[in-house]
Unconditional design. Structure first.
Ligand code: ZN
Length: 313
């Protein structure tokens, strides 16, 4: 990528199974561009300003509604203003908590799936996704593999998810630095399938029959590791510098190693490997180009393959 793109980053997405940064290039007209993140490419991200609210994604109409006020936000993972974080069915989509807002009833009835996702060789997470974007959702989370095991309405599938978490003790979230540590210990496809099938068998055995009456069993296994493209040279990487916040005038430049979930892995000129959280970039006005020099300010964390963590700077 040698051309320049200037715009507000709305996130790192996996539409059609390929990672890309989405830029809102003209906020007034709602014009979006996708910049593919191909392995081996040089990518330079210049942060040009503080983070502004990018607007909520409407799960019913399946499109983004720009923030009417372009409100300043804290950045990092907080990239929606209070108004947009509660707009339409958005709050329910993120939290599963009904508020009676416009569009929510339709979303609650929409087809959803429940899945068990695998991180590393043995860490499991239960989750729910709208059926139409379940494949992207699993890639966005950076799971090595997943087994989708039931489908049904949003409400029924979420109730099942809560039981799996509460009664069987499967986690509902995994912190980013843990996900990164698992990258040095990715399971093979067959091993993943075995681990996930055993877990789903256990869920069927342990949950009361009543809870299965309103959902339909499915078996849909996905193995994400090949799409991350981090096998090979990444295995020699001793540690990662995790970037969770960016500030103007930071410039992050490197050769793309791969993407895992919403994290972009870059090998910089100083031979360090940077894990840039796409959510840290979200809301910032940036310039993307195919050349530049690395410069970074602020706090970063080192995530080591031995499981250690330390602050840098
Ligand atoms: Zn907003």
């Amino acid at each position: 990528m040698n051309e320049c793109g200037v715009g507000y980053i709305t996130g790192l997405y996996w539409d059609e199974g390929e990672p890309a940064l989405e830029l809102l290039s003209e906020p007034d007209s709602g014009s979006y561009e996708r910049h593919p993140l191909d392995r081996g490419q040089i990518l330079s991200i210049s942060i040009l300003g503080a983070a502004l609210c990018i607007g909520s994604f409407d799960a019913v109409s399946q499109r983004r509604i720009p923030c009417p006020r372009r409100s300043p936000v804290a950045g990092g993972r907080d990239h929606l203003c209070t108004r947009c974080s509660r707009a339409g069915a958005n709050f329910y989509a993120r939290t599963g908590i009904p508020t009676g807002s416009y569009g929510e009833a339709r979303l609650r009835e929409q087809d959803h799936i429940a899945y068990i996702a695998l991180f590393g060789r043995s860490t499991l997470k239960v989750g729910v996704a709208a059926t139409w974007r379940s494949r992207q959702r699993l890639l966005e989370q950076g799971a090595a593999a997943a087994l989708m095991f039931v489908k049904g309405s949003g409400d029924d599938v979420r109730e099942l998810e809560r039981s799996v978490a509460k009664d069987i003790g499967v986690r509902q979230s995994i912190q980013l630095h843990q996900k990164l540590q698992y990258l040095w210990d990715l399971p093979e496809q067959e091993e993943s399938q075995r681990t996930l099938s055993t877990s789903v068998d256990e869920i069927y055995e342990l949950l009361p029959s009543l809870i299965w009456e309103r959902v339909t069993p499915i078996v849909n296994f996905v193995y994400n590791v090949p799409q991350f493209r981090i096998r090979g040279e990444f295995q020699d990487t001793r540690d990662l510098i995790l970037i969770e916040y960016v500030h103007s005038p930071d410039v992050i430049t490197g050769s793309i190693i791969g993407c895992v979930g919403q994290v972009l892995l870059l090998r910089a000129g100083n031979d360090r490997t940077y894990a840039v959280d796409g959510r840290a970039l979200t809301g910032h006005l940036v310039r993307l180009s195919g050349r530049g020099d690395m410069s970074l300010s602020g706090k970063q964390r080192i995530v080591g393959r031995g499981g250690n963590q330390q602050k840098l700077f």
